[in-house]
Ligand binder design. Structure first.
Ligand code: SF4
Length: 360
């Protein structure tokens, strides 16, 4: 079957969900790498990949969502809660800058006491102090909570953020975007179609967003495919406005759910499936944050981009180890025959025309 699919992909066609599942169940690693390479070549040069240095700044660990796979959150009133002041946030940004970083993503819990103006004020002040830096200001999940907590419709909330200069509300907090999974592990977070309604409002307000996924909980193969199937449809409907897709792996340590880490071989195969199936997303990113230098092998499985993270308390609390020896990580990629280029931060869809770019 894979010869037929190869010919179709070479002609610019796409695989169905059933065909992607058949590949997942039956194709060899070499076949998956080959097919992923064909789709990758529509957008990127073979053997080339890009990266940037960034950090996640976790501004609060107070959260009322209570996801059972999370080792980071504290309930309001519990000991060990924090909400960083502006100067404390800046100190963490300074630490990224000192390590040569050019981007910061903000990520916090669902803090029940913060109004929209807390966020718009924080982001405005941060952008004014660091005009050369790029910020991923929020995740879709946080945006949803803030809008609901303030009783503001998504379209209105998105306009408020866009009007204050917010450029990115990224697809973080999506894990497995299937209601059966959400019901099992984070019933208080959101419903899937509500998530997409919020992300639609974000894009429609002119801000950028991304797709993400986390594998390795107890999700079924069908749930994984349902996640990427809905995502591909959303991206089709939006004519390529999501800038990138990042899949990382669940870290099970110190969480209520527990479990074991996904083997590297499974992560790499899933990256290849994502590259083949998500043919309407230009950038497929591999996760150094959760796989360290092994993530760079993912470039051979269809990924074309990665972060060198300097900090993320959420994944670190669940067992991730973050290395600042960037040269060692990059050397492992070069040993695979890859040419790795540091890149500038991506622009949101509204600043790049909105359509999928032509192949190089
Ligand atoms: S994953 Fe996010 S939303 Fe869920 S409990 Fe942790 S901080 Fe809260």
């Amino acid at each position: 079957m894979w010869e037929i699919l190869k010919e179709r992909l070479q002609g610019g066609g796409r695989v169905s969900t059933a065909e992607a599942m058949a590949l997942w169940n039956g194709a060899s690693d070499t076949e998956l790498m080959d097919l992923a390479g064909i789709v990758r070549a529509r957008y990127h040069r073979p053997d080339h990949a890009s990266y940037l240095i960034m950090a996640i700044v976790n501004y609060t660990n107070v959260c009322v969502a209570r996801c059972d796979y999370c080792a980071f959150y504290k309930m309001p009133g519990q000991s060990g809660t924090y909400l960083l002041s502006f100067e404390q946030v800046c100190a963490l940004i300074d630490a990224v800058v000192a390590l040569g970083g050019e981007m910061v993503g903000f990520n916090g819990g669902f803090h029940p006491d913060l109004g929209i103006e807390h966020y718009t004020d924080l982001f405005s002040r941060v952008r004014a102090r660091y005009p050369e830096m790029t910020f991923y200001e929020m995740t879709v999940a946080e945006f949803m909570f803030v809008a609901k907590r303030n009783k503001v419709p998504y379209a209105e909330a998105a306009k408020m953020f866009a009007d204050c200069g917010t450029r990115w509300i990224t697809g973080g907090g999506s894990e497995i975007l299937v209601d059966s999974f959400r019901l099992r592990h984070s019933p208080g977070k959101y419903k899937v179609e509500d998530y997409y309604a919020a992300q639609q409002a974000i894009l429609d307000a002119g801000m950028g967003s991304t797709g993400t996924m986390v594998i390795g909980f107890d999700e079924s193969t069908e749930e994984r495919f349902a996640h990427i199937e809905r995502l591909r449809r959303f991206q089709d409907e939006n004519k390529g406005r999501l800038s990138s897709f990042l899949c990382w792996t669940y870290k099970p340590y110190h969480t209520e759910l527990g479990g074991a880490e996904v083997p590297l071989s499974e992560y790499l195969r899933w990256l290849a499936i994502c590259r083949i199936y998500l043919d309407n997303i230009v950038h497929i990113r591999t996760s150094v944050l959760t796989r360290n230098q092994d993530a760079l092998v993912g470039i051979r499985y269809g990924a074309n981009d990665f972060d060198l993270p300097t900090e993320d308390e959420v994944t670190r609390k669940a067992g991730a180890t973050i290395s600042h020896d960037f040269e060692q990580i990059l050397a492992s990629g070069r040993a695979l025959g890859l040419q790795l280029e540091r890149r500038a931060a991506l622009l949101p869809w509204s600043a790049r025309g909105g359509d999928i770019p032509a192949a190089p």
